[in-house]
Design a protein around this ligand. Structure first.
Ligand code: KG4
Ligand code: ZN
Length: 360
């Protein structure tokens, strides 16, 4: 099997969240894109009992992006062995509930997790919870030992989304701003591709940027200072494309690559931080959560911590990118919403604001 399983078997203590009439072990399954993630969350201990992640990145790298059919097939191959392994490491034969990512994501990939969850729910005669992937990201900081209290502002930045959300309670979400075009993770990935880096580009671009001068190019900070809290990253992407073209024509791309990466990263981070500060001020929110894959970006964390006037909360980098732990936790919190036995949900699109307050 290509790639490496990453596993954590020790119980990791985090927040004891939600109300559960009896202690529950919740198995979480994440298969929305190119990562197979499995974890067991223990509501009594308020932490994970075990988790494992298998990244398909190597399989997709040759194509320069995620191939949906390959993603679905590989989830089929990896999911059961990962579940076996995580249950063994958690020291339980069967969990008390199964949670799975029901969307948004690639439908074929989602169906693998939802079909598996439905089957396990029937076999184990236990509740099955459909989890919204972005709610999983949003709640991931609650896996840490100092979780944020409601209300807070959330900056959710991933490969498919860039959102600012006022979070006043579980399921009480007001979308303040979203991207009008590319998500910021997508902008990182596309810029990385232009700079000749592989897939997924975000982490590689951030690494290359360490050797570059962030002031070498004057790139736009789109939308800053404009009314509202929406983002737009296509102008920034085009500006980078023009600089790459100029450098290529001058035969200097190799020399210029790190400066371009650093200047892009700086412009993207300035835009995210500026917009977030504006939204927090307008909404009077003093706590900030940053989550989603781009939340792993070191410069974004540094800048936000330095400039946000209140407290900032970040999940560790491994819980910023896709993982089963956040799905197990969100499933534990959403247990009152467990669906009918055998229900299989897979939604390519699913607005976060449409989620109910649990049990309401
Ligand atoms: O949340 P995630 O794992 O998957 C989605 O739900 O999309 O986010 C993946 C995105 C990719 O675009 C990846 O390039 C980006 O997050 N990413 C980063 C970093 N780590 C992951 N972008 C910038 N800096 C990073 N360190
Ligand atoms: Zn994600």
């Amino acid at each position: 099997m290509p790639g490496e399983f990453q596993a954590a078997s020790a119980t990791q203590r985090g927040a004891r969240v939600g109300y559960h009439p009896r202690p529950m072990n919740v198995l979480g399954l994440e298969t929305s894109c190119d990562e197979t993630g499995v974890a067991v969350y223990d509501t009594a201990a308020g932490g994970l009992r075990a988790e494992a992640l298998y990244s398909q990145a190597d399989l997709h790298a040759v194509y320069g992006g995620v191939v949906p059919e390959i993603a679905a097939r590989d989830h089929i191959r990896c999911l059961l062995p990962l579940i076996d392994r995580v249950l063994a490491e958690a020291g339980i034969e069967r969990p008390d509930a199964v949670a799975y990512t029901a969307g948004p994501g690639l439908v074929g990939a989602l169906l693998v997790g939802s079909g598996m969850a439905a089957g396990l729910g029937m076999a184990w005669d236990c509740p099955v919870v459909a989890v919204h992937h972005m709610e999983g990201h949003l709640l991931a900081p609650m896996l840490e030992s100092a979780p944020p209290e409601f209300p807070f502002l959330a900056l959710l930045v991933s490969g498919g989304h860039s959102m600012l959300i006022a979070v006043r309670g579980l399921g009480d979400y007001t979308l303040l701003g979203t991207t009008l075009d590319d998500a910021v993770g997508e902008a990182f990935d596309k810029t990385a591709k232009l700079a000749g880096l592989g897939y997924p580009g975000g982490p590689a671009l951030a690494k290359l940027a360490q050797d570059g001068d962030a002031n070498a190019y004057a790139l736009p900070r789109p939308m800053l200072g404009r009314p509202g809290f929406d983002f737009s990253f296509s102008g920034l992407k085009t500006a980078v494309m023009l600089e790459v073209r100029k450098a290529t024509e001058a035969g200097e791309l190799d020399k210029r690559r790190a400066d371009i990466a650093a200047s892009f990263q700086r412009a993207a981070v300035d835009t995210l931080v500026g917009r977030t500060l504006e939204a927090a001020r307008a909404e009077g929110l003093e706590r900030l959560v940053i989550a989603g894959g781009v939340g792993a970006n070191r410069l974004l964390r540094q800048e936000m911590s330095a400039r946000f006037p209140g407290r900032t909360f970040y999940p560790r980098a491994a819980w910023c990118t896709d993982n089963g732990a956040m799905i197990a936790l969100a499933g534990a919190l959403r247990l009152p919403d467990a669906g009918a036995a055998g229900e299989i949900l897979a939604r390519a699109r699913w607005p976060l604001e449409s989620l109910p307050v649990p049990g309401a």
